[in-house]
Design a protein around this ligand. Sequence first.
Ligand SMILES: Cc1cc2nc3c(=O)[nH]c(=O)nc-3n(C[C@H](O)[C@H](O)[C@H](O)COP(=O)(O)O)c2cc1C
Length: 157
Amino acid sequence: MATAVAEHAVVDGATAIPLLVYFSSVSGNTARFIEKLEARALRIPLHSPERGGGPPLVVDEPYILVTPTYGGGQGRGVEKGAVPKQVIRFLNDEHNRSLIRGVISAGNTNFGEHFGLAGDIISRKCHVPHLYRLEVFGTPDDVRRVSEGLERWQKLL
Ligand SMILES: Cc1cc2nc3c(=O)[nH]c(=O)nc-3n(C[C@H](O)[C@H](O)[C@H](O)COP(=O)(O)O)c2cc1C
């Protein structure tokens, strides 16, 4: 609808929908979700350069982070291991950390109170909103809600 389009900030003729930065392990669930969004997205490499991976990801514009949660039920303390180490490494770069504007967590409700815990931790540590929690690779409803959210969330940039 014209009203929705008119609300967007236009940068160089393109609509300013936030950049997504995401991590996805070998199971690839989060990557599948990202593909369905058809948004601009950059992937945090699975492996460090020492282990044959690509160069570390460095971003140069505000972004929303999408991350799965791991570590649940390992009995090592509630939060230990919940944020993937690749995501921690990415956020340990001060420049990358300064550009995060929100976080979306992926997980599995089987993990009960640990569902999407990585998003809670990042939200607290980086002082950004935990925008959405989705399960595995997301339902069509998740895709719709997050797509609509991205249009609203561009005001966070
Ligand atoms: C060992 C293991 C631990 C997990 N721990 C959690 C958890 O604590 N909380 C949660 O919400 N999901 C947890 N999950 C579910 C994953 O977050 C979920 O499968 C996610 O979609 C994986 O994304 P990826 O395939 O992109 O890496 C866990 C999965 C595994 C395999």
